[in-house]
Design a protein around this ligand. Structure first.
Ligand SMILES: Cc1ncc(C[n+]2csc(CCOP(=O)(O)OP(=O)(O)O)c2C)c(N)n1
Ligand code: SF4
Length: 306
């Protein structure tokens, strides 16, 4: 993150890192910027207030899978759908780290933890799927072990106007070591990860056994990759204004498909902050500037009959 911010000509006092509660939410302490370590699940709410009162700030919400998707699930959805102009980084270690290893909403079914001693019976939330269901305008996935990729994704998020959501596959060495290794591990990643490139087919696999994703009607299928024949292959289009393609990408999950990394969606839509400011100007033009006192001392708007 520090390397990414250094690429921007923004003074440090104009950055604000807003977090909830969790190990991941200690992030603001590691940045020499302004920061708020706030209430569990409520970082998007504080960030919304900040965004609306100060258009000059560059705002990052830092959250965990428990913080964003358990107690903060509702706040997360509304931050995504409103298209507020800030960035949300979700550090997904598939566990509650700070409270010492309870299962989280992203823990896989069957996960044995202190709070699920016989295995979790829950179906996990797919964070990117939730973001696209709320029609977030920028959604991406990256991983802790590839800092160059992570920095490139963060840079794209910062350049995006509107809400940007990044899921980071993160290891928790203490309570959930190697949770993502079946996908991102040294021996598995070639076959189980696919790096997205806009305008290109989704190609993955070992050098001598390249594969691609073919679209059969509405459903993806894995086929052998032949560069001379790309007919029917799923071609990545991050700028598609419809959410269908991005949704489909979120459904490429382990173990049936390779897991996509990179920018799944990047589209432009009016932001909540611009729309709100425009509305305020329009109303002032029509009715003049209001006074809070007048509002507080306004007449009753209803009559109570005995
Ligand atoms: C209102 C409230 N409920 C519960 C807690 C206990 N609590 C602290 S952190 C946490 C979960 C954090 O998990 P996650 O967001 O995945 O963060 P990690 O520590 O794994 O980075 C919980 C349940 C709390 N601090 N406040
Ligand atoms: S390794 Fe796990 S317990 Fe330790 S700080 Fe990271 S998330 Fe928390």
């Amino acid at each position: 993150m520090q390397q990414t911010l250094a690429k921007f000509d923004i003074p440090r006092e104009n950055y604000v890192f807003v977090s909830g509660i969790g190990c991941s939410s200690r992030f603001p302490y590691y940045m020499n910027t302004y920061g708020f370590h706030t209430i569990h699940g409520r970082a998007p709410t504080i960030a919304t207030g900040l965004r609306l009162v100060n258009p000059d700030l560059s705002i990052w919400v830092i959250t965990g899978d428990g913080d964003a998707l358990s107690i903060g699930g509702n706040h997360f959805i509304h931050a995504m759908r409103r298209n507020l102009n800030f960035n949300v980084l979700l550090v997904n270690n598939e566990i509650y780290g700070l409270t010492k290893g309870q299962y989280s909403p992203t823990s896989p079914t069957g996960k044995v933890t202190k709070s699920s001693p016989y295995g979790s019976i829950e179906h996990p939330i797919n964070p990117l799927c939730l973001a696209i269901a709320s029609e977030a305008t920028f959604i991406a996935r990256t991983l802790d072990s590839d800092p160059r990729h992570m920095s490139a994704v963060m840079e794209r998020a910062m350049r995006h106007k509107g809400v940007s959501f990044i899921e980071v596959y993160q290891n928790c060495i203490i309570f959930n070591d190697k949770a993502h290794a079946p996908v991102t591990g040294r021996d598995t990643r070639e076959d189980r990860m696919v790096y997205l490139e806009n305008g290109k087919p989704l190609v993955f696999g070992r050098v001598d056994d390249k594969k691609a994703i073919l679209l059969n009607g509405l459903y993806p299928e894995i086929v052998k990759f032949d560069p001379a024949n790309t007919q029917g292959l799923l071609i990545h289009n991050e700028a598609d204004p419809r959410p269908n393609n991005a949704y489909l990408l979120t459904q490429l999950t382990h173990p049936d498909f390779p897991v996509p990394f990179g920018v799944l969606r990047c589209v432009e839509k009016p932001t909540y902050d611009d729309l709100m400011n425009q509305q305020i100007q329009d109303v002032i033009k029509k009715k003049g500037r209001g006074r809070l006192k007048d509002l507080l001392y306004t007449d009753d708007t209803w009559t109570v009959t005995p």
